[in-house]
Design a binder for this molecule. Structure first.
Ligand SMILES: [Fe+2]
Ligand SMILES: [Fe+2]
Length: 137
């Protein structure tokens, strides 16, 4: 549960802006995992989640701009996965701020699952499409 997620170059878009954003999201998720492992302070957890949400918004808008510009046929479902992520993290934050939960295994399971499904699969479907469309690196 508390082992870090792993980076793979199979996740690369070969679009620098997106790859940098994914690397940052990867680091942030591992900081959250480390926070849990080290029993870090609660305030730090909320700060990390705030950074994650803000950073994810920037990243999602970047991908969505690429989807719009390239007329990506699965844009709507991809967008909905982004919205779902934001909603879930806000729900977790709300729970913590109301003092309902500590950094739960549930949230780490969610982030791990999101990394392995959205980033590793849905994003890669988009990456292959953009590559076919001849997006310059
Ligand atoms: Fe992404
Ligand atoms: Fe995405």
């Amino acid at each position: 549960m508390e082992t870090p997620i792993e980076w793979s170059d199979d996740l690369l878009f070969h679009i620098d802006e997106i790859d940098d954003q994914h690397r940052n999201l990867f680091l942030l998720i591992n900081r959250l995992i480390g926070h849990k492992r080290n029993h870090g302070p609660r305030e730090e957890l909320i700060d990390l989640l705030r950074v994650l949400v803000a950073f994810a918004q920037t990243h999602f808008r970047t991908e969505e701009n690429h989807m719009t510009e390239s007329h990506y046929p699965h844009a709507l479902e991809h967008y909905e996965e982004h919205e779902e992520f934001t909603k879930c993290i806000h729900n977790f934050m709300g729970d913590y701020e109301r003092g309902k939960e500590d950094l739960s295994d549930k949230m780490l399971t969610f982030l791990r699952h999101w990394w392995n499904t959205h980033v590793a699969k849905s994003d890669q479907t988009l990456a292959r499409y953009l590559k076919e469309k001849g997006h310059p690196s």
